[in-house]
Design a protein around this ligand. Sequence first.
Ligand code: KIV
Ligand code: ZN
Length: 522
Amino acid sequence: MAERVYIFDTTLRDGEQAAGIAYAQEDKIEIARQLERLGVDIIEAGFAASSPGDFDCVAAIAREVRGSRIASLARTVEQDVDLAWRAIEHAEAPRIHVFVSSSDIHIMHMLQKDREQVLDQAVAMVKRARGYVPDVEFSPQDATRTQPEYLYRMLEAVIDAGATTVNIPDTVGYAIPDEFAEFIRGVFENVPNIDKARVSVHCHNDLGLATANSLAAVRVGARQVEVCVNGIGERAGNASMEEVVMALKTRRDHLDVEIGIDSTQIYRTSKLVERLSGFTMQPNKAIVGRNAFRHQSGIHQDGILKLRQTYEIMDPKEIGIPDGTQLVLGKLSGRHAFRKRLEEMGYELTQEELNRAFLAFKQLADRKRDIDDRDLEAIVADKMRSNESAYRLEMVQVTCGTEGQPTATVKLVTPGGQVVADAALGDGPVDAVYRAINRVVNVENRLTEFSVKSVTEGIDAQGEVTIRIERDGRTFTGRSADTDIVVASARAYMDALNRLILAQSRSNGGTRPATVLRETTP
Ligand code: KIV
Ligand code: ZN
């Protein structure tokens, strides 16, 4: 029987290290639940010691997610290991992931220690972690630029100290596939107790080789692969979950290993991470890009129509890609058909979420003739989250054109239920809307990104707006879709502002930042 390769997902830890990504706690929990549905073996939920917010997220995921093992990262310092344990202690299957740099360049210039001190720390902290939990992973950071004999010695020592998985990170994405395979082979051949641990790999994509390097390592015996959904992560990102999984599945004939992933959840997972991270996939992204299963040339189309396999090595259904051209619902469709289609697409909505989504669907159906799965996804993304303690946009009205200055009027409902109206002039309609909202909410921030993309084709398509705002070095992403892009922009801005306010109230121990109300309508 083929051996199992374990999928360790670090979208919530290394993925969040990508410049510009900052998930809210509820985003992390939503992603973790979806990773569980996808069937990943281990979810690295965060780095508990890095901030109180990260600690809370790891702890919440450890309490709520049951189907996957939950890991927290820790440096080789006592406080990190202790906090990692406290964050994951309620997990069904907890893991502490201890790491320290092993290359001379890191040891000398970054840690300013010597090799022996680093080795001793690694051993001591693996032992400390094992005192808490039977499942301990150890990573020698920058392994691929580490002197091999030192690396072997370190791995042997941490396995003796109790590490059950040893992970070999190509931290700076420097390796080349055949060379990396040799490197991993060297670990198997030179670490005497390597049979007592599982060998894992963690590849970065600086040279675009993260997936190739991960697969090369599997070929020579690595049995855990660390990945991020959509390949997000530090700098150029990590090995992409969807690429690694579909390569292992599609080329099982060559790689001869098993995985426990439900690949039909890949598309939904990718879309969720795309939405919550704000990192839009390039159209030609392997597996999950818009063009990954589109055939343009006449020769290819002819082949596909005769036999799909002529130009497709995977069936889009295996990835859970909905048939985007299918017209699923229209103006006269009822709640039952709406719920059924969402269930077919894999969404489990509460009654309250369903009510909100159905209302939005009816409103959209009044403005858009053909509603397909992509519209439904946008509606669900918009309406799933209800934040009772947030500001809500009740009305937005804009006057703009070739004459005069754009003017916006907004009416917002405050968390306390007050209706507040205000108006502002701006350089353009969206600027006017933002200024009007700012006059009501009055929370200082800097708009760093604004983008609009069409959800479907056609003049009546919904526009999906993504915006990012920054305050005190933290980024908050907001998103919304509507056939009116000014409305979508207003809602996206409210979404980001609500996240900022929530984060601030958490760091102030639950007190909402003061806001100035200007004009109140009962
Ligand atoms: O890239 C890296 O070395 C890491 C380690 C913490 C595993 O992310
Ligand atoms: Zn990494």
